[in-house]
Design a protein around this ligand. Structure first.
Ligand code: UDP
Length: 322
């Protein structure tokens, strides 16, 4: 059985569905602070657990025969991490150490970990490959980098088998619109653009139009959440022969303005925008060199067109259940 820690969140819930569709048995554990109980596929077992409650973790591992862990459970708001780093280091770092120690006690030796391109910090060059220096510029990125280093230490000392997946910008929703992205507060560009189009929000603010990019707005690498889900399953299958870190991105850069145009094309409606100053800590340009993930996992993103990605998010936005 696969344990999906944080399986009620955005990427975790899509990965749970993908694993179930592939024939795996899954138990989801989540503290439901940011996750949604309705996002958990009915075929999965569900267990309320918290990384900072070691007893809840021990109960989980004593109840289910767990072969491997996919670990999404983390706080992921950059701004909040600046204001309250203690919360981020406690949950993301101490919580993960608790999980690793309970795994060790129960002789579970395999983990796939959600890392992030935020561990690279301000890019020195693009595309960003895995050997790019890791100099995160906020506590969120530092908490994820700390875990990557802990995983490597546990591998060397205790034989832990791990793959840390460094996501670029997760985007889109399941093709059948049964689940999707739902954050409170919502800070991500694509859902905010779609909410401005539906009228749920008045406008979307474009954070900075004076970047050194072709249209002056920031460039990011948007990778479909179902492509991320697929990569997690492939990573689980690779743990016997590879441990290390892999970028997960589409390998293509898309600007904020291009995202807005794609959303207007998909919806057939105008998106009201407002120009706003740059958001602190936003690099001009981030996109992945994804060749290592393709090579090691035999993974290829299926969604390569921004409008196709946004179409899935738009279908969810119009029929969202949570
Ligand atoms: N962005 C924006 N307006 C918003 C939210 C985001 O212009 O209301 C920009 C942001 O500056 C970044 C890109 O959209 O360049 C993606 O931001 P998001 O928060 O979705 O992801 P991040 O890249 O911060 O992980």
């Amino acid at each position: 059985m696969i344990l999906v820690m944080g399986g009620a969140g955005y990427i975790g819930s899509h990965t749970t569905k993908h694993l179930l569709d592939s024939g795996c048995e899954v138990v989801v554990a989540d503290n439901l602070v940011y996750g949604h109980r309705q996002a958990v596929d009915a075929r999965a077992r569900f267990c309320h657990a918290d990384l900072l409650d070691i007893f809840s973790l021990q109960t989980l591992f004593a109840t289910y025969h767990i072969d491997a862990v996919v670990h999404f459970a983390a706080f992921a708001y950059v701004g909040e991490s600046m204001a309250d780093p203690a919360k981020y280091y406690a949950n993301n770092v101490v919580g993960t150490i608790n999980l690793l120690n309970v795994m060790q006690a129960f002789r579970v030796e395999k983990i796939v970990f959600s890392s992030t391109c935020a561990t690279y910090g301000e890019p020195l060059h693009t595309p960003i490959d895995e050997r790019h220096p890791q100099l995160p510029i906020n506590p969120y990125g530092r908490s994820k980098l700390a875990v990557e280093q802990i995983l490597e230490d546990y591998r060397r000392a205790y034989g832990l088998k791990y793959i840390a997946l460094r996501y670029f910008n997760a985007a889109g929703c399941s093709a059948d619109a049964s689940m999707g992205e739902s954050h409170t507060p919502e800070t991500h560009l694509i859902p905010l653009v779609l909410k401005a189009i539906t009228g749920e929000r008045d406008v979307v603010k474009i954070f900075g139009t004076d970047y050194d990019t072709p249209d002056g707005t920031c460039i990011r690498d948007y990778i479909h959440v179902e492509d991320l889900a697929l990569a997690h399953r492939l990573a689980l299958e690779k743990l016997d022969s590879f441990s290390g870190c892999l970028n997960l991105g589409a390998g293509v850069g898309t600007s904020v303005r291009e995202v807005i145009v794609a959303a207007e094309n998909v919806s057939g409606q105008k998106c009201p925008v407002e120009y706003a100053p740059r958001r602190e800590g936003d690099p001009a340009k981030l996109f992945a060199d994804k060749r290592k993930a393709e090579e090691i996992l035999g993974w290829k993103p299926r969604y390569t067109d921004m409008e196709d990605i946004i179409r899935t998010a738009w279908n969810w936005e119009k029929s969202r259940k949570f």
